[in-house]
Design a protein around this ligand. Structure first.
Ligand SMILES: NC(=O)c1ccc[n+]([C@@H]2O[C@H](COP(=O)([O-])OP(=O)(O)OC[C@H]3O[C@@H](n4cnc5c(N)ncnc54)[C@H](OP(=O)(O)O)[C@@H]3O)[C@@H](O)[C@H]2O)c1
Length: 325
């Protein structure tokens, strides 16, 4: 029987990475395309998933047997702080429409995408899959966090009431080609890459927001893509899996900025604006469950992945998502 895999949010950072991996992995690879598979990468222009009718039409058109659900209203710290209700409501609507339409269309399996941002603010570290609901999220992103947490609740309810095979993945901070490089509304890596590029081009200082001290785990989008493909084929449990590099691979924002300065080849003035918010200081997440289940995975070294991302940005500046030109 043919397999149709619908990737919602298929035009975003993670969706493009899955498309890249599926199209470039060698035959026989654990992460490559299998015979009889059709992959559909949907954008919001094809169906606005906040709308139940458009969601239904998308499912009727492709009849997906499997769904990797990535579509979401996504943004960095400042965008999240400004638009809490929009983040809450849009993501609730998108997730509810995708999960319920998957149920009514007898989709065999759905993997939805959460984020380590959804974990409680005050929690014992490291984060692991059992702690999603054990306290309120950080106030900076409570809209996004509560909407995403509900997906885990819904997955359990769909399984208990209807026996659905719905689960979720919890990536840490993602970066790679096709990211959103907007200067204000983006995540830290693409935002800093764009800023540093402009500083070099205009011969102006490069100023990073915050103290540079917070620590984060970053996952390269092509690595994350492989882990989603692994989950699709080999993981059949409702409980989420954290998809991340190890806790010992946290890097500081200063280390990120240093690596960007190096990759861009910037040689001017470089400093931190300590009047800007830092967000959570650190939130290490454990990837023990992932490594145990997958039985080993080679992550791309951070600097190598960052260098590839910067090169992609420089080569694609005119078509990249860079906000207002
Ligand atoms: N980026 C990170 O650091 C990170 C970390 C953890 C988890 N995640 C999660 O990973 C998933 C993918 O994120 P990403 O970074 O790839 O985001 P992204 O680059 O901003 O892409 C978002 C995708 O969602 C689609 N989308 C947004 N609103 C939609 C709507 N109303 N209807 C249909 N599609 C809609 C967009 O379609 P168009 O472009 O066509 O509008 C785009 O394809 C999200 O669920 C996010 O929460 C991201």
């Amino acid at each position: 029987m043919s397999t149709v895999i619908l990737v919602t949010g298929g035009t975003g950072l993670v969706g493009k990475a899955i498309e890249h991996v599926i199209n470039t992995e060698p035959a026989g690879s654990r992460f490559g395309k299998k015979e009889g598979e059709t992959w559909i990468f949907a954008s919001s222009s094809e169906a606005d998933l906040r709308d139940p009718e458009q969601t239904r039409k998308l499912y009727e058109k492709y009849k997906p047997t499997h769904v990797i659900h990535l579509a979401a209203l996504v943004g960095g710290l400042f965008k999240n702080m400004k638009h809490k209700l929009t983040f809450l409501r849009d993501n609730i609507l998108i997730n509810d429409n995708v999960l319920h339409t998957s149920y009514t269309h007898h989709t065999k399996k759905v993997i939805s995408c959460l984020s380590t941002c959804v974990f409680p603010d005050k929690v014992e570290y490291p984060l692991d899959e059992s702690k999603i609901h054990s306290g309120p999220p950080h106030e900076s992103n409570f809209g996004y966090a509560h909407a995403k947490r509900m997906v885990d609740v819904q997955n359990h309810a769909y399984k208990e009431e209807f026996g659905c095979n719905f689960t979720s993945a919890i990536p840490t901070n993602v970066f790679g080609p096709h990211d959103n490089f907007d200067l204000e509304d983006s995540h830290v890596i693409p935002g800093l890459i764009h800023k540093c590029y402009l500083a070099k081009k205009n011969n102006t200082p490069f100023v990073a927001a915050g103290t540079g001290k917070p620590l984060r785990q970053f996952i390269y989008s092509y690595d994350l893509a492989k882990l989603f493909i692994w989950m699709l084929r080999e993981y059949d449990d409702v409980e989420p899996v954290i998809l991340s590099v190890g806790e010992d691979e946290e890097v500081s924002i200063k280390e990120v900025a240093d690596a960007i300065v190096k990759a861009v080849g910037f040689q001017g003035d470089y400093s931190f604006d300590t009047t800007r918010a830092d967000g959570q200081f650190r939130k290490p997440a454990s990837n023990k469950k992932l490594l145990k289940l997958i039985g080993g995975f080679e992550f791309t070294p951070f600097e190598e992945a960052l260098d590839t991302t910067v090169k992609w940005f420089l080569a694609n500046y005119n078509n990249a998502r860079i906000g207002k030109k």
